[in-house]
Design a protein around this ligand. Sequence first.
Ligand code: TYD
Length: 153
Amino acid sequence: MERTLVILKPGTLQRGLVGEVISRFEKKGLKLVAMKMKQLTPEILDEHYAHLKDKPFFPWLKAGMMAAPVILCCWEGFEAVRTVREMAGATNARKAVPGTIRGDYGMSSQENIVHTSDSPENAKIELDRFFSPGDYCEYPSPLQQYLYAPDEK
Ligand code: TYD
């Protein structure tokens, strides 16, 4: 099964949307295997957003990500990376299609509710950045047969 990282951004916590956003992933059929609340630091954000360090919005992005704690979640499922990313919608929440998380809850490129990993390779790197092996929980999935066909992967 594939795993992906979702970060519920500080604005999501402050606006009281944590439950709503997590509920969407739960209802979709993804399995929550790790979760924690954390105050992010400049150091970890320099690493996490290294690909954006030369962008003019980088200082504001960092400040926004440190304005309050975030909720870090690892969701598991077949093709979880692509599925979660499509649920999040376009980066600019004003352009994100209604029905997506950003399309339903956001009005901004920066304050866009969630971070989601963009590829299975990056998901592994990002999950290792925020979680230790002991953070992941193993537990049965009794509804598995109602979520997937036996030959799906
Ligand atoms: P990016 O990795 O391009 O998008 P995504 O989050 O959809 O994978 O950008 C990372 C974050 O940088 C994005 O979630 C919000 C911020 N950002 C801005 O503030 N302004 C912008 O114009 C862009 C492209 C991103």
